[in-house]
Design a protein around this ligand. Sequence first.
Ligand SMILES: Cc1ncc(COP(=O)(O)O)c(C=O)c1O
Length: 386
Amino acid sequence: MSNDLCDFIRSIYPNKEVIALHEPYFFGEEKNMLCEAIDTTMVSTIGPFVEKCEQEIAKFTGVAYAVAMSNGTSALHIALLCAGVKKDDLVITQSLGFVATCNAISYCNADPVFVDIDRDSLSLSPEKLALWLEENTQTIDGVCVENTTKRRVSACLPIYILGHSIRSDALKTICDKHCLKLVEDAAEAVGSHDEHGKHAGMDSTVSALSFNGNKIITSGGGGMLITNNPTIAKQAKHLSTTAKINNSDMIAHDEIGYNYRMPNLNAALLYAQLLHVKEILKAKRLLAEKYHDFCQKHGLHSLKQREGTLANYWLNAIACDSAEECKNTLKYLNDHKIMARPIWQPMHLSRMFTHALRSPDLSNTLWAYEHIVCLPSSITKKLLEG
Ligand SMILES: Cc1ncc(COP(=O)(O)O)c(C=O)c1O
């Protein structure tokens, strides 16, 4: 089987000796836009490309406001602060995810609580979230309090995994019932839509996107906070601009802020990529179809978008029948210079977060960790041509 998979992947990337997991695709305008930023000397955090990208992303995702940040992690950090997460709070999230999510919670001096995922979305399970909240918290004067530690639970932070849509609607209903803010880590989900046609992050209090070099569109390094709340948008811009007061008579700051804004140079690259985001998504979905067809013919289980949703298929993946098969597949592909990767080690197994509170049932998280293989998912000229 691995041999056929290897041949199939090589047929998608025929000229590559080493096949990367995910490479950016550049169309040509990128160089011109980067030169434009350099020629105007506007290479730092103020410049027209930053504002243009914010407008384009707001339009593309359907939110009212987008605030450009230096990366997805800083966007997450500011999103949590703007959602009101404070020192010693608890934030419910999933253990299956990239470390940046939990790091951002830690930057707020708060701690994660891990609840299990669903297998089909790989994201926070609404049913398991509701159960954990019923069994472990009570609402006192509009504040959700964890029973044993008496700590405030202030937010819920689900993660879009590999570009698959999450159950945002159901999560939001539960969050509202328990007085929690819904903050979404949509770092991997530019172009993903739920069953109601809503873009990732659109229904939350505030969400974060990433434009890292490995994402479907890139600014090299970069991220964006998206929200429909004008107060949050204003606060996010203020906090990420070192909390500088807008006053031409003096240079002053009114709180501890962060130097987190996206430089115009990076925004120039992102703007050029944004011109092609729809083509990129089409090519990504074509590649996913090819993987699905191959997997169906060879008895493999490819991860498919949930019924009615639209995944961006940032990374295509298969779920193996056993942990052993998963290890063998990874080894075979890597030995043949194909950069397949396992999914991240769950956060509750990472040294920094073993102390964190968690639901006793993380069975789907462990299943995903032991069975999923992520496969090369870069787009090519041929995929773009259809
Ligand atoms: C799920 C998730 N969250 C957060 C991040 C952090 O984004 P960045 O690398 O832009 O800081 C990433 C990706 O890199 C991610 O995949």
